[in-house]
Design a binder for this molecule. Sequence first.
Ligand code: FES
Length: 321
Amino acid sequence: MSDPDPLPLELVISRADDVASGVRLFELRDPAGGGLPPFTAGSHLTVRVPNGAERKYSLCNDPAERDRYEIAVKRDTTGRGASVSFVDAARVGDRLRASPPDNAFALDERAPAAIFIAGGIGITPMLAMIRALDARGATAWKLYYLVRDRASAPFVDVLEDDAWRSRVRIHEDGGDLGRSFDLWPVLEKPGNAHVYCCGPRPLMDAVRDMTGHWPAGSIHFESFVEGAALARPEDRPFTVRLARSGGEVVVPAGVTILEALRRAGRTVPSSCESGTCGTCRTGLLAGEAEHRDLVLMQDEQASAVMICVSRALSGELVLDL
Ligand code: FES
């Protein structure tokens, strides 16, 4: 008997609309018209796109909706072809395999305020979060939406609707780093808000660098680039030694520690696989790690490592596994 499909949901594309230059919004439903597994704001689906690749996409519709999912896909010609395949080949009526919703970017609805910082297509999880907060009406929020230009920025019309306009700041930089929005006045004084950031890595690095003095647990990141896609040309192989269970695993260039462990039959919990959620945190007993996550504080980096993204500066890491 063949293994069950790891993506157990079958969904049908019920709508596909261009919502900005190179960005298409897909509405997905149960083919039989039934209800769908519920989701919370910040959740994503893993979807098998037409070329066979599997990619995570944030859900952007109202989490109270039980009969549809909405995801927005940016056609990225510099990527590995998954988004191009999705936008170019997927049609209304096509069926797709998907995971149930998972959330590695959860909204803390108890916080009295939220600051959302979105770069480009990173706006998608924020939309669901704003919709969820508006439904409760108890949390003040403000959105900083940083875009190249309005033509390539999805959902500008929705965000500038009368209901939200006063809480949304849209900044166009024209692709010029010199015209980037200065976030320091927003983040200089920690308040009682939680900060949510999703966008290109330089934006998330800047927010992390500006929020080191904020209370632990109040800064949240979501990345849409995962695992091996974060590889760098200078990456070198190294070895991880597993102190508790014994054994050694070689981590080749272009493969994450998490993936190398998986290939060796070792399972470690993970979720975002982009260094933003903290699920794969692993004790570091010896060796020097090259930390590439957005979770660990500086004083934690000598004793822990996020194995979904980080690598080694030394030839060997000894992990508490
Ligand atoms: Fe989220 Fe590693 S799985 S930080």
